[in-house]
Design a binder for this molecule. Structure first.
Ligand SMILES: C[S@@+](CC[C@H](N)C(=O)[O-])C[C@H]1O[C@@H](n2cnc3c(N)ncnc32)[C@H](O)[C@@H]1O
Length: 259
């Protein structure tokens, strides 16, 4: 195993992705399991995009998918349910790993995208959704994805790319790459781009899915509204939404193949 270097996770990120993971899991337990998938798909929030990725990566029983930056496990649970693929999860937040286990019974390793605790070429496919732009060393994370997936295997990414100058989309703990930079990083990591789609080109989730996700969000807000950790996480979430609404950043869903 020739691993890269772990990337620093700031205190704000621990709050945004760690503490809130436990709160979301608590809320899903309060409201019932029908809320689990919609509330736990925190990167794309789009079942249509996940369905497309499952097809593109040819996920099926007997194959292994790795989810890097898996959060509380929604996308991995979706893939397992839709395709029967075996899934492994990695996230640096112990609370997120515990939540994925608690909500979906999914195996989750505490680990870092830049230094995955996994053998070379042990997976048929991997995805990392809404994670890359939170990383300080994005090339290292892409190189690690290429290392742990077999040659010819598929990798799916949801990345928020920058459509404006870097200083206009400055946000602590985030660095949105421009499309050109992302393409260069993929190439340097020996990943061949296969297909790409704008996130907004996928259909919006149906009303039931959105309502269940919103119920969990509202429930967490009701319980933690006055907690500065909730307020800070909410500001981060809204900042990305505002960049997208203003056309400064856009979500791109893409697949590539390991050379
Ligand atoms: C926006 S959430 C997306 C979660 C999940 N991929 C999804 O789509 O629901 C970003 C995730 O990236 C994880 N993350 C942050 N820094 C990371 C790192 N250095 N390595 C791996 N994952 C990281 C966070 O803990 C969080 O779970």
């Amino acid at each position: 195993m020739d691993q890269g270097a772990a990337q620093a996770v700031s205190e704000a990120e621990s709050e945004e992705f760690g503490t809130t993971a436990t709160w979301a899991a608590d809320s899903i337990e309060r409201l019932g399991p029908v809320h689990a998938l919609p509330a736990a798909c925190q990167g794309s929030g789009s079942p249509e995009a996940l369905h497309w990725l499952c097809q593109e990566l040819a996920l099926q029983p007997g194959r292994r998918l790795l989810d890097v930056g898996a959060g509380i496990g929604g996308p991995a649970a979706y893939a397992r349910e839709e395709t029967g693929v075996e899934v492994d999860l990695v996230d640096p937040m112990p609370q997120a790993c515990a939540a994925a286990e608690r909500i979906f019974g999914l195996p989750a390793l505490v680990g870092d995208a830049g230094k995955l605790p996994l053998d070379d070429r042990g997976h048929d496919a991997a995805w990392s959704l809404g994670v890359l732009c939170t990383l300080s060393d994005q090339p290292a994370a892409l190189a690690e994805l290429a290392r742990v997936v077999r040659s010819g295997g598929g990798i799916g990414l949801l990345v928020f790319v920058r459509l404006a100058q870097r200083q206009r989309v400055h946000m602590p703990d985030n660095d949105f790459p421009a499309w050109r930079e992302l393409r260069d990083m993929l190439d340097d990591a020996r990943l061949d781009l296969v297909h790409e789609h704008r996130l907004k080109d996928f259909g919006a989730p149906d009303a039931g899915w959105t309502a269940r996700a919103d119920r969990v969000h509202d429930d967490v807000r009701r319980h933690h509204l006055r907690d500065p950790r909730w307020q800070r996480a909410e500001r981060q979430r809204k900042a990305v939404e505002t960049f997208v609404d203003e056309g400064l950043v856009e979500g791109v869903v893409l697949t590539c193949r390991v050379r």
